[in-house]
Design a protein. Structure first.
Ligand code: OSB
Ligand code: MG
Length: 375
């Protein structure tokens, strides 16, 4: 296979509801879509980088630069067969996982299309159990203005059928909020995500949170740490889940080795791509640690790829892959992802490739910048 042309699309899409985390409030989601042409097919990938370097050092600006000046020129005209072959041309680029993952995503879409199978099937081809048709999902709720607002929002999503609720916390909006949620909903699968807003000096706070019977505590400490997470995990019975801290399969291995956490949130963008995400899935499975797929407020393109990855057998915990309506009044794909209320799942696309159709008119509507490379 040879990619002859790549178009980058920088979009800015209005979210249906502002999303507040410990690193800021998002009312719009900027993203870059990669449109890769090869042999009469078009493959799509989505770059998870956000407009500001709050979650990660990558931004839509850095990703555009890295793709335009290095990844795209090296990928164009490069003859490849499997995905490892595709990655060979850009392996020399250090870091910039989200930029790389976006291009790798488009390559996976092309690869699965060329074989006439869904991305889920393609990713699962070497697993005896194959891939799942439906993926367990939950919902991630941002920091709300008041506890009352939060309890209403939890109820809203429970009524829609989401079985697992994740609450964002930040300093000053943590213990009291979590206690109120647990008191109002004593038995639901509940978890928190601190997005690296705390330090080891906050261990006493987490010991109190430890009593709330949460599913997991996601990324309490620094985005580049595993050492202090291991010190904190030793003081808690609730499993720590690592998100920001894990950038490579090797780091996942080290974290499990030192008991820095007992669950890993896999985001293909954060770890460099679906190939790396699958590696982490495999190594966790070997050690009997469960994984789940995190979300980055993706459009339908990124969500379709996340669903395919989360259909692998060891994605046993509910993923942050919610229905289209939770994010967008109007998505840029034709399909709408809906929650299967009876079992809190979303059905994995089964058409060839990522299995969704991009609506180019809507891409154009939300586009703030575009550039094409190659012929
Ligand atoms: O930490 O998991 C996170 C969104 C943007 C950046 C980081 C995170 C999130 C979410 C949203 O929690 C998950 C979703 O897409 O539903
Ligand atoms: Mg997180």
């Amino acid at each position: 296979m040879k990619i002859s042309k790549i178009t980058l699309h920088h979009l800015s899409m209005p979210l249906v509801h502002p999303f507040e985390t410990s690193f800021g409030v998002e009312t719009h989601r900027d993203c870059i879509l990669v449109e890769a042409h090869a042999e009469g097919m078009i493959g799509w990938g989505e770059c998870a980088a956000m407009s500001r370097p709050g979650y990660s050092y990558e931004t839509t600006g850095t990703a555009w630069h890295i793709m335009k000046d290095f990844l795209v020129p090296n990928s164009l005209g490069h003859e490849w067969q499997g995905i490892n072959d595709f990655m060979e041309a850009t392996r020399w680029v250090r870091g910039h996982a989200m930029a790389k993952a976006a291009l790798q995503g488009a390559a996976w879409d092309l690869l699965a299309q060329s074989e006439g199978i869904s991305l889920g099937k393609k990713l699962a081809e070497s697993y005896p159990a194959g891939s799942k048709a439906r993926v367990n999902v939950g919902v991630s709720i941002g920091v709300q203005l008041t506890i009352d607002d939060l309890l209403k929002r939890i109820q809203l999503f429970l009524d829609k059928g989401y079985a697992r609720i994740k609450l964002k916390i930040k300093p000053g909006r943590d213990l009291e909020t979590l206690q109120a949620a647990r008191e109002a909903f004593p038995t639901i699968p509940l978890m928190l995500d601190a997005n690296s807003a705390y330090t080891l000096a906050d261990a006493p706070l987490f010991q109190k949170i430890d009593k709330l019977n949460l599913l997991m505590i996601e990324q309490p400490l620094a985005y580049d740490d595993i050492f202090e997470h291991s010190k904190l995990q030793a003081q808690l019975k609730t499993p720590i889940c690592l998100d920001e801290s894990i950038h490579t399969p090797a780091q996942a291995e080290w974290a499990l080795e030192i008991d820095a956490g007992r669950i890993i949130n896999i985001k293909p963008g954060r770890v460099g791509g679906l190939w790396e995400g699958r590696q982490i899935h495999d190594l966790c499975q070997k050690r009997n640690f469960p994984v789940w797929c995190g979300g980055m407020l993706e459009t339908g393109v990124g969500r379709a790829a996340n669903l395919a990855m989360a259909s692998l057998p060891n994605f046993t915990l509910p993923s942050d892959i919610s229905a289209t309506e939770r994010y967008w009044a109007e998505d840029i794909i034709e399909e709408t992802f809906v929650l299967n209320k009876e079992d809190s799942t979303i059905t994995v696309p089964n058409k060839p490739g990522i299995g969704v159709t991009v609506n180019l008119a809507r891409v154009e509507k939300y586009q703030i910048k575009t550039e094409s490379f190659g012929l």
